[in-house]
Design a protein. Sequence first.
Length: 242
Amino acid sequence: MRKTQVKIPELPVHIALFMDGNGRWANQRGLPRSAGHRAGATAIKKLVEDCDAIGLRYLTAYAFSTENWKRPENEIKNLMNLIREFLDNTDDASKDSNVRIKFIGFRNRLSKDIVEKIEKTEERTRDKTGLTFVVALDYGARAEITDAAKKLAEECVKGNIAPEEITEEKVSSYLFTSEIPDPDLIIRSSGEKRMSNYLLWQCSYSELWFSDVLWPDFKLKHLLHAVKDYNGRIRRFGGVRK
Ligand code: FPP
């Protein structure tokens, strides 16, 4: 993307995405669902480059939820292979790219090779100063919060923390997103309007934007349309309008 092509509005710090509609996109073309996911992967890779070019700080994408394990084995395999490819391509491209990559979600159910690639990628891109691209993989908000509650309970039992020391900040520090600011804007493609167990703690004051565009067709211009709408909103965080 050349910066001169589009007028860039003021950007929020963190945009989180649902990449919804890959299956329907493929279906409309008489293609297998796997072709939809592949086109979806191409779309997010391009969007990451574009978001880095315009100076966005954080972009999070929901790649695979804790509930997605219910999908047919073949589809899961296919999605995991796209993640492998993404990690391998990032490896090749990382010298030129200034994007920092982080993964949120559980790692114990992922294949060992994927976990190794994730760790390598996070380590290699740790000091990059451009966009932070966060991939939510085997991520589920309820499981994330439950896990944090368990860990906090363990600390209380051990006597390391007193119950009255459990603040919202403390809980946040036990989530996968402890080093990531809460999303300012959450975009869901494909016309669906629900949260699907995504960033439920972190979205408390996020602004929501729904687009009818199916994910493989989603481009920077759609994201900027959402940002323009976001810029016209008044965020009160439970307070009153000043
Ligand atoms: C939802 O659409 C999409 C997913 C569950 C998978 C998204 C994952 C990718 C695009 C893989 C690549 C990711 C990266 C980070 C390289 P759906 O299949 O539920 O669509 P449908 O509702 O139309 O069936």
